[in-house]
Design a protein around this ligand. Structure first.
Ligand SMILES: Cc1cc2nc3c(=O)[nH]c(=O)nc-3n(C[C@H](O)[C@H](O)[C@H](O)COP(=O)(O)OP(=O)(O)OC[C@H]3O[C@@H](n4cnc5c(N)ncnc54)[C@H](O)[C@@H]3O)c2cc1C
Length: 458
């Protein structure tokens, strides 16, 4: 099926859930009750009599939890993600602010490059700053308020097949084996999803898994925030190889409960900020003074570290044979270098793909090829943004896509122009915040505009 990627993206970014529920199946089961699974469940609640979310973690446990080890790390919500959340849960923004999330309008966001303020034209869309448990908890609360959604605390152990269709999920509930029957099963088990193994065990092909090794080392710490919040609530600083500093970047966000959340990251053998002393010293010595002001506050708790080995995607869309009654969403399909903050927004766009698919009145007894084709557009877009930026890192050595030299030259021109040219910057921001498809940057007019702006600036 050939779909125009930019049109698909535009439709996903304007699509709304149906005004009226439109049930077309009895039970849908979602395996994984994190951001992607919860958003899929929200969409399914419009189309199924009942939706069951299976997660091995107890949904009542607030805060960080074992099933989401990255939950302690700083999480940015891109404007594209906030847009989707607001559509699925009208009033989401206000509800998040009432819980203590902090507004991050363009004027409250600051960027530094190699220690100098980066005079980029800021993204003119609003977003929110809050911890990952706050955002996930609020989404869960809204989903579990739906009368036809329930959760089961269990470990999913495999799929049940009837011929060429998936008809349920095998579970382990506290040592007791059981089965949840379903007309549609959604895998939202995250990066470590075992769906490929389960397919192979049942005689199907596993999808090709593509990887780009990045070896990113995150460290995050929380600090007390002064009563009067400074004007900048989201501050990012990037260091390029010109600086000879082993920290690739750092950021701090105002989050709920009067706290700052600060992170720093390095690549390969660079593991900055693993102890409180090292973390604070680097914030003071290797970043602009605003970072030092955060470091001067009391650190609350320990430094939390996380190693992210690679970006990876599983190409379910390319499988010749795929069972009916099954889809996969979120990190289970594709997870990216987290510095670009695409994960939750991608999950929200996968939910928009599911909504579009189900609103097209599909035959659920056939494989969900239409869904897979829509989702591929989202995955390709996020993958191209994340991996083309990563290929510019000194320690990343491929795989290089066809035409990489010319496309990376064009990207450099466009990125340089975002510093001085409002039109280029707007378009670029729309793409990196996943509100517009990357092909918007490949139009000749955009490159010409960028080249003209760069000439004017020199
Ligand atoms: C260090 C780091 C920083 C990040 N920063 C950002 C950011 O700034 N912005 C952003 O948008 N994204 C960020 N992400 C990505 C983001 O965390 C994910 O994209 C997002 O959580 C969506 O993931 P998911 O719901 O698909 O999977 P996950 O959040 O990984 O959840 C998987 C769920 O499946 C459950 N599960 C797994 N296996 C089973 C099983 N067998 N049975 C039952 N349950 C099971 C788990 O308990 C868990 O609840 C970051 C990721 C990392 C690693």
């Amino acid at each position: 099926m050939s779909l125009s990627p930019s049109r698909v993206f535009a439709e996903l970014n304007t699509a709304r859930p149906p005004d009226q529920p439109n049930p077309m199946m009895g039970t849908a089961v979602v395996v994984g009750g994190s951001v992607a699974g919860l958003l899929a469940a929200r969409v399914l609640s419009d189309h199924a009599d009942s939706v069951v979310i299976i997660d091995r973690d107890d949904p009542q446990v607030a805060g960080a939890r074992p099933g989401v080890p990255q939950g302690t790390q700083l999480h940015a919500l891109l404007p594209g993600g906030l847009l989707q959340l607001e559509r699925l849960f009208p009033g989401f923004r206000e509800a998040a602010l009432a819980r203590g999330a902090v507004e991050a309008p363009p004027e409250a966001r600051r960027n530094y490059l190699d220690g100098r303020p980066k005079v980029v034209v800021p993204d003119d869309a609003d977003t929110l700053a809050g911890s990952r448990p706050l955002l996930e908890g609020l989404i869960r609360e809204q989903v579990l308020r739906l009368p036809n959604v329930k959760t089961v605390t269990a470990r999913a152990a495999g799929l049940v097949f009837d011929g060429t269709a998936v008809t349920g999920v095998r579970c382990d509930v506290g040592g007791v084996a059981g089965v949840e029957r379903a007309e549609l099963v959604v895998d939202a088990m995250g990066r470590s999803s075992r769906l490929s193994d389960w397919l192979e065990q049942a005689g199907w092909d596993r999808p090709v898994t593509r990887r780009m090794t990045v070896h990113l080392n995150y460290a995050t710490a929380v600090f007390r925030r002064p009563d009067v919040t400074p004007p900048s609530t989201v501050v990012l600083a990037l260091n390029t190889s010109k600086t000879e500093v082993d920290v690739a970047g750092a950021a701090f966000f105002a989050i709920e409960d009067g706290r700052w959340m600060a992170m720093m990251a390095g690549y390969g053998n660079d593991r900055p900020g693993r102890t409180p002393e090292d973390f604070v010293r680097r914030l003071r010595e290797q970043f602009p003074p605003e970072f030092g002001e955060v470091a001067d506050q009391e650190m609350l708790g320990d430094v939390q570290t996380y190693h992210h080995a690679d970006s990876r995607r599983r190409d379910f869309h390319a499988l010749k044979r795929f069972p009916a009654g099954l889809i996969s969403v979120g990190d289970a399909v594709a997870s990216f270098n987290p510095v670009y903050g695409q994960g939750m927004t991608s999950a929200a766009l996968h939910a928009a793909c599911l909504s579009t698919y189900l609103r097209s009145d599909p035959d659920l007894r056939a494989p969900a090829h239409h869904f897979l084709a829509l989702q591929r557009v989202v995955v390709d877009a996020a993958w191209s943004i994340s991996t083309s930026a990563d290929l510019g890192l000194p320690h990343v050595d491929g795989p290089y896509p066809r035409g990489y030299r010319i496309s990376s030259w064009a990207s450099r021109q466009i990125i340089a122009a975002t510093v001085t040219d409002v039109t280029t910057a707007r378009r670029f921001n729309d793409v990196v915040s996943m509100r517009e498809h990357p092909s918007a940057l490949a139009r000749p007019g955009v490159l010409l505009g960028a080249l003209r702006a760069n000439r004017r600036a020199h």
